[in-house]
Ligand binder design. Structure first.
Ligand code: C5P
Length: 234
């Protein structure tokens, strides 16, 4: 898989996500879509099968974090849904991440891409140090968690486009960075803080950008999606 734009389909029901995806019916490039907790918990695994049936690639963003055996079993269920990418929290330790890889791997040896969340972008360095008692800088923590993910056999991490370079320096160019926090230069920032444009995300080396509201809330979502692809993929 090469560089791609992933649309964060943060909708609360199947009807609303289908109404949105219907707009892309005649598009040559079927968007890669991200299904998060809200939609998955509301609609269950059938929503994954339905969207897959429409020809979309799927990033199932459920951020698993539990004991290794539980994560391994849950991952094997997600793998049978035939998603293209899924994720977990690197904080669950290398042992948990290794168990996740085992659970995801099918009998033929294939598996979806597995991406780790390092520190959520909503966690500030101050809170991480004071509440979680992690006595390091946030950047050192992100790099260490990315290295752990790599050593467990994962394919990459979710991070800010501004952190892609740092992660690639530590883990190599082939280690994937999947980056939210993307806005058009002339668009609304909303509640995101550290944002970059699709073009800048391409320059910083992101492999996938995750874009929600700049596409889902646009007056013309197809036009906004095309613009994102042009800026990011070329
Ligand atoms: O609408 P917006 O473009 O801000 O959506 C970004 C998507 O990426 C949302 O689904 C959000 O939950 C997700 N995300 C994020 N920052 C992270 C991890 C995930 O914005 N660190």
């Amino acid at each position: 898989m090469g560089k791609d734009v992933i649309i964060a389909c943060d909708f609360s029901s199947a009807d609303s996500v289908f109404a949105f995806l219907d707009k892309f019916r005649n598009e040559e490039r079927k968007p890669f879509v991200k299904i998060g907790m809200e939609l998955f918990y509301a609609e269950g695994p059938s929503i994954v099968r339905e969207i897959k049936k429409r020809g979309h690639k799927i990033f199932l963003d459920l951020k698993l974090h539990d004991i290794p055996n539980t994560v391994k079993k849950a991952m094997s269920v997600l793998s049978s849904l035939d998603v293209d990418m899924t994720n977990l929290h690197a904080a669950g330790t290398v042992e948990m991440m290794k168990a996740a890889v085992e659970g995801l791997t099918k009998a033929d040896g294939s598996r979806p891409l597995l991406i780790a969340v390092t520190q959520l972008t909503s966690t500030s360095e101050e809170r991480m140090q004071k509440e979680l008692l992690i006595n390091a800088s946030i950047n050192d923590t992100i790099v260490k968690y990315a290295e752990n993910a790599k050593s467990a056999g994962l394919d990459g991490v979710v991070c800010s486009p501004l952190e892609s370079g740092m992660v690639k320096n530590a883990c190599g160019k082939a280690f994937l960075t999947v980056t939210p926090g993307v806005r058009f230069a002339d668009g609304d920032v909303g509640d995101q803080v550290r944002v970059t444009t699709p073009k800048r995300a391409r320059e910083t080396g992101s492999d996938y950008i995750v874009v929600g509201r700049p596409i889902t809330q646009a007056e013309d979502p197809v036009k906004a999606y095309r613009r994102c692809c042009e800026e990011f993929i070329g």
